[in-house]
Design a protein around this ligand. Sequence first.
Ligand code: ATP
Ligand code: CA
Ligand code: CA
Length: 428
Amino acid sequence: DRVLVGNKVTEGHVNFIIAYNMLTGIRVAVSRCSGIMKPLTDKDFKLTKKLAFDYHGNELTPSSQYAFKFKDYCPEVFRELRALFGLDPADYLMSLTSKYILSELNSPGKSGSFFYFSRDYKYIIKTIHHSEHKHLRKILKRYYEHVKQNPDTLISQFYGLHRIKMPYSFRSKIKYRKIYFLVMNNLFPPHLQIHKTFDLKGSTWGRYTKCEKTEDPQHSPVFKDLNWLEMNEKINFGPLKSKKFLQQLQQDVLLLSELNIMDYSLLLGIHNIETGNDLIEEGNKNDLVDPLEDSNAMPNLLPSQSSRRTIHQHKSHHHRRHTHHSVNPPINNTQVVKHFFQQDEGGIRASDQFNNDLNQIYFVGIIDCLTNYSMLKRMETLWRSMNHDLKVVSAVPPKVYGDRFYHFIENSVNKHYDENQQQPGYHD
Ligand code: ATP
Ligand code: CA
Ligand code: CA
């Protein structure tokens, strides 16, 4: 239940080669996927591309320190998705691959997935289970259409789906290990401290994070539904923002239910403007490292407060240095309109009943949305056979899950108005 503590991924780290290969693959695959964008066809949703890397390299792939295979899924679709989400192709490549810096979040969830942050903290690489990968491919078209129709969707922004296949020896035989992973948006900002984090599912069973009083900023807990209720927290949105938020949430939940998805959560990070980046500013300046100067290492760019400070301090530096790389013209006439829920420093300001700004910024989105009902059902049966408490998993049908989720969040919004009377300023 603790997040934001992580490990440097340096040479010698158990996952260094995996991380290195992931980035090498992305670099070559994404830079190859440039040129004119044609309208997507059904084929694009099935297309995969394979690359083989080795020490010597060939005309298709540059030489790589380690031998591995890379598979890119639906590259054209993801390219279009990145454009829809307003990413600049050159920046994307730069963030993910320049100088091979990643940091690892040690297994924050129960699923066993690994999380890696890009060095500028904009992107997250999440390793996923084969079944999640299969499900994403199955729903990709619906997801893509949803994003087109709902540019302000709260659902995780997927930027790429890939696989690496690495050899390992087992009883003096060569075996292969396949690792599926996706690239998505980091909901949290590189430059602002998150003072409170919630992961809300709308179910209360086991949804409590014990909070020992700790002043260690690196151990800021992720609170859950029962904490939310106990703390009597609300999402403060005036009539305008709450209307937009709940409408979008409803659309998103509708899609997820239709796609048989469940077990997702609303991730909410709260930044208090008055508190500011207190830990960041008070920090020990000697801790600072320049990730850009530290060439081969993959320094700890974790969302720990000290690393946020590092990123913050070098942000302008980074921009100055790399602006000349953004030479690509705007893509495909896609108008890059600012995402509604990212309008204030990458998040959205809280507001009062008159729609005036309050001193909080919310960073909010729906995460972990690739688990389908049958997967969870299977897991549940497995757990049952292992004598685990059934309710820990408690797979309810997606529609039930979605309704419960939506109503929990709806009740969590301090709307300041009564829907029936349409009167701003109404308090319950
Ligand atoms: P489980 O299935 O056990 O819930 P998981 O391995 O599928 O775990 P997630 O639920 O996707 O993991 O994420 C775990 C935690 O990682 C979240 O509670 C959140 O703190 C952090 N996290 C996940 N996705 C993001 C994101 N897009 N932006 C910021 N933080 C994230
Ligand atoms: Ca989860
Ligand atoms: Ca999960």
